[in-house]
Write a protein that binds this ligand. Structure first.
Ligand SMILES: Nc1ncnc2c1ncn2[C@@H]1O[C@H](COP(=O)(O)OP(=O)(O)OP(=O)(O)O)[C@@H](O)[C@H]1O
Ligand SMILES: Nc1ncnc2c1ncn2[C@@H]1O[C@H](COP(=O)(O)OP(=O)(O)OP(=O)(O)O)[C@@H](O)[C@H]1O
Ligand SMILES: [Mg+2]
Ligand SMILES: [Mg+2]
Lengths: 219, 219
């Protein structure tokens, strides 16, 4: 479902955020991506979401070469197939929690609104749907971010530190959601610094200085 | 060093983010504040920093009633005495990492610049000082946030989830810095969801629904 072929991402100034990375992830796998701060994890996820383009190499998601899509096609592909939980949230500050989640949906029918409310409710956010992001706690913001990424039931879930701001109980609930997604056959790539969370996945990829240094299987 | 006397913070709409909280922390104590998402931890820190005012009760820091300071006095007090590591970072997006840290300093002498560079270097950020926040990874941003809060060597350190985005090695280095601050007699109030981190402090305060439900000592 996910394939990187000798992918590099070099920033102006010469920083090699990713350096010749090759990776193949089958449909339905749950993979944890780990590594030190600055090792290229967020960069990797942004390339898989089509938000960023590699400096070299190819990025294929569900058989599609993201580099060959024009901006409209990329936006449609991203919305239909991929859910990205951003490390930095990236909300629209003047829209409510519910509106931010519904931004991910194509139409805004009654059914869509119900779906958006349902996932917010599952994440314990039912009584905060009309708050602006600035009126939410850090962990509440993170949960809205998760809801937005998952509301369309994407085939590929990219999660960038999805539990960094969460307490134990919310973290456990988020892990239950991921376990359900896994049982439904979704492909999950989860960046985390938390070794316990990392161990829940079927396998782990370790990055360091923009390179994959280790791939191991824990299932 | 820190005293809250029956403090409440009610938001428009009636949400009681803090509800009749009384707390006394001695100079030189290291206290962990823990509790579920939405329990009022960030609200508590914002009141102690003078960024927010209580709806009821008094907030005293180093003997000063923050509610009696005018905006200029509050800004000066905050800059000289308190270092707040924000959960949400709050950088100036068009200033570099170094400039964001130096914003916390009064003058911008050569000595000040050296101090800013020194703390960034201690946090492993020496080769990222001229990056904008958008050109930094999540963990790099968090470390700049820590540098900004500590560069003035404040008497009172308020840390809101200071290691949420950090890998093990960086987390350990940040904990070393806090241990040194503690040995220097600084007062530390640290919000964290991480029980291991919470245990490093001398005592723990547990919040739930805006109230203190438990205070216990672990030293
Ligand atoms: N401006 C606001 N208007 C209304 N409610 C608010 C506002 N700001 C925060 N809240 C609410 O106040 C409560 C406490 O928020 P706070 O940020 O203090 O929680 P927290 O304990 O830091 O949580 P977390 O662990 O998720 O960071 C939350 O339920 C939040 O929704
Ligand atoms: N626009 C940019 N220009 C220059 N360098 C950048 C830019 N964006 C990111 N970087 C650098 O690329 C490196 C990789 O960043 P990335 O965000 O992928 O790291 P990460 O593994 O997600 O780290 P963390 O665990 O701290 O979130 C970092 O060292 C960062 O400073
Ligand atoms: Mg990252
Ligand atoms: Mg908070």
């Amino acid at each position: 479902a996910i394939r990187l072929e000798n992918v590099s991402r070099v920033y102006p100034g010469g920083i090699r955020a990713l350096d010749g990375v090759s990776l193949h992830i089958e449909q339905g796998e749950w993979v944890a991506v780990m590594g030190p701060s600055g090792s290229g994890k967020t960069t990797l996820l942004n390339l898989l979401d089509g938000l960023d383009k590699p400096t070299a190499g190819r990025v294929l998601v569900l058989g599609t070469d993201l580099g060959r899509l024009d901006p409209d096609e990329a936006a449609t592909f991203r919305r239909e197939k991929i859910g990205l939980i951003f490390q930095g949230f990236h909300f629209v500050p003047y829209l409510t929690a519910l509106e931010n989640v519904m931004l991910a949906q194509y139409y805004h029918s009654i059914v869509d609104k119900k779906q958006a409310c349902a996932i917010l409710e599952r994440l314990g956010m039912a009584d905060r749907t009309h708050h602006l992001p600035s009126q939410l706690s850090g962990g509440e913001q993170q949960r809205v971010c998760i809801a937005r990424a998952l509301v369309n039931e994407p085939q590929v879930v990219l999660a960038d530190e999805p539990t960094g701001n969460l307490d134990e109980r919310n973290e456990a609930e988020v892990m239950n959601i991921f376990r359900d997604l896994h049982l439904e056959g979704k492909t999950i790539l989860m960046v985390t610094h938390n070794h316990d969370i990392g161990r829940r996945s079927g396998s782990q990829v370790l990055l360091n200085h923009g390179r994959i240094v280790r791939q191991r299987f824990t299932a």
